[in-house]
Design a protein around this ligand. Structure first.
Ligand code: NAD
Ligand code: MLT
Length: 316
């Protein structure tokens, strides 16, 4: 047998993943690493690998697919596939897999955390106190009980947020044209049109995929329809809540606060949104718990093993 026959398939890990990922891949692969967010590293690194494992910072676009002559699988250790050109991959015969349930509880918990934080000014009060300022009146917040929560996108994460915030006594309404009203009603959620939701919600939380339809959905027009007391959370994808429109609405007092985990350009370390005391921001931490990362890593490792063995990859 030639030496080439004995070569192990190569798996490129392009972002930091849980150590459980490599354990779950096992000994049958050559594992390489690169910084997938750096194109100058990614493009040569992807050239001769069989599979690539990514989170959200690596863009596996048509250019990357074209550069990847041996690639058979793109494995996204998480939910969103907006950083993968699925149609270019499919045309090139490359399978795309993700881990659609791995981090949903974790992401829902962060959205709830942002919601509570923005209602009670936890982040700015914490910063002020650590700077020696004991300001109780300034950081008076609002209660969640009896308030209306508008969930935009009642999918896996939206449902978990709805259930958790119901336990706080919130009334939950949702906008999702792909969900049956009866199914929403079973969960105690009333389905509304987007305009109706914008009018009645005291809090809005966005749980949509990033698509041409959802990009900018909560933009200038929408932000002119909300209550001036509304607080908005986006832990889905940057740009679904338009950042410029949100800045204007916050400046003009048309929105009372926001909790943001995601940004239209990431990493985002400088934004006019960071000037507002009533904006709490986190660096795309929605999936960042030990538990979620372990689940995501194990799920995609399993899919890569099956795919490279030519076996059927079941839906996760
Ligand atoms: P999901 O597919 O289960 O739910 C999305 C819902 O959005 C579906 O019910 C769908 O019907 C609805 N929807 C789709 N297009 C719509 C439109 N144009 N108008 C209204 N509703 C529409 O997805 P999910 O697992 O709940 O994830 C939601 C989002 O959260 C995704 O963007 C995902 O990438 C993101 N996410 C972010 C993090 C993070 O780290 N911040 C972690 C996990 C997931
Ligand atoms: C996701 O869509 O799963 C998140 O963006 C998680 C991640 O950070 O990978």
């Amino acid at each position: 047998m030639s030496a080439a026959t004995h070569q192990k398939p190569v798996v490129l890990i392009a972002e930091e993943l849980s150590p459980a990922t490599v354990d779950a891949l096992g000994p049958d692969f050559e594992i390489r690493h690169c910084n997938g967010a750096d194109r100058a590293e990614l493009l040569p690194a992807i050239a001769d690998v069989d599979a690539i494992l990514i989170r959200s910072a690596t863009k596996v676009d048509a250019e990357a697919i074209a550069a990847a002559g041996k690639l058979k699988v793109v494995a996204r250790a998480g939910v969103g596939l907006d950083n993968v050109d699925v149609s270019a991959a499919t045309k090139a015969g490359v399978m795309v897999v993700n881990a659609p349930t791995s981090n949903i509880v974790t992401a829902a918990e962060l959205a709830c955390g942002l919601l509570i934080s923005v209602a009670r000014n936890i982040a700015p009060a914490n910063s002020a106190l650590k700077n020696g300022e004991w300001k109780r009146a300034k950081y008076t917040g609002v209660e969640l009980a009896e308030k209306t929560l508008g969930v935009v996108g009642l999918g896996r994460i939206g449902v978990l947020v709805a259930q958790r915030m119901s336990a706080f006594g919130m009334k939950v309404v949702a906008y999702d044209p792909y969900i049956q009203a009866a199914r929403a009603a079973q969960m105690g959620v009333k389905l509304l049109s987007l305009d109706e939701l914008l009018e009645v919600a005291d809090f809005i939380t966005v749980h949509l995929p990033k698509t041409p339809e959802t990009l900018g959905l909560i933009g200038d027009e929408a932000l002119h329809k909300v209550k001036p007391t509304v607080r908005i959370v986006n832990a889905a994808r940057g740009g679904i809540v338009d950042e410029e429109a949100l800045v204007s609405a916050l400046k003009e007092g048309r929105v009372a606060g926001a909790g943001l985990d995601v940004f239209s350009k990431e990493p985002c370390t400088d934004s006019p949104l960071f000037e507002f005391d009533n904006v709490v921001a986190t660096p795309h931490l929605g999936a960042s718990t030990d538990e979620a990362q372990e689940k995501a890593g194990i799920a995609v490792a399993r899919s890569v093993r099956l795919a490279l063995a030519g076996e059927l990859v079941p839906d996760a």
